[in-house]
Design a binder for this molecule. Sequence first.
Ligand code: RI2
Length: 305
Amino acid sequence: MKDKDLDGMTFEDIARGIESMDIRGAAFIARAAALAIAKHVENFQGEGIDQFEDWVDKGKERLISTRPTAVSLENALRYVLKPGDDVESWKTSIEMRADEFIKRSHEAGKKIAEYGGKRIKDGDTVLTHCNSSLALGAVEYAFDQGKDVKVIATESRPKKQGYITVRYLAEKDIPVTLIVDSAVRYMIREVDQVYTGADTIASNGAVINKIGTSQIALCANEARVPFTVCAETYKFSQGTAFGELVTIEERDPSEIVDPADVRGVRIRNPVFDATPADYVDSIITEEGVIPPSSAYRILKEMFDY
Ligand code: RI2
């Protein structure tokens, strides 16, 4: 699903779409949440600032409940919902700031594609995991620069977002090889760089991303292959700077296997993991290429504390 598909959707359609992962990817769900809360606010039928505040809070809580790990969604709502003095000025501000956030998200993606693409050398084979619009943007930028770039993409069980990646790259005539997640350590010898996206960056530089990312980082570190993360600053988590832990979403076990096929067996489906900063070489943001140790500075500048 693309951004333009959201226009005809209602607030609840978008919330359900994020929950079901028809709308997915940390950047896309942030833009979708910004648009959804603006739609929600347009539907306010009450009277006065108190009823309006309750209405806004209900919409915010509904959206935050859809995907608990990606701080991008929460940060998008924090940006859009900057409080106003009265109902009309607050409604206008929400609608304007939602448009601004969406525009800035796309602009950030273009900058990250450029900064990340320049760091991909002619002849590089890049390994990707899951389906990150930012990591793919960097690969596409390098390809459009005329570089000979190849991709090895993991399947990314259980939802197999890697198939979105390989189909996208094949359509662009970018050479791509699909592998199962467990083939990474075997294939790493053919890899020059690993590029992933991120759902959340913690204040200590740890990267929360699709399950399996931390194992890939281990393999890359062992093979001395640079591990690069592409993430906008709105994926940095202020809460982690003050002791909050990132919630690792566990989804329905039926995404892995039909429980009837493995009776009496417990199934767990954590869909994100945390990669320690020590295993991350660079984080490419729209503010520039930073070491993971600069995550706290980014947060300080963003939230001015
Ligand atoms: P972009 C996705 O989560 C993947 O974990 C991906 O790496 C991350 O969001 C960032 O995606 P999911 O929505 O923002 O597939 O780089 O669970 O597109």
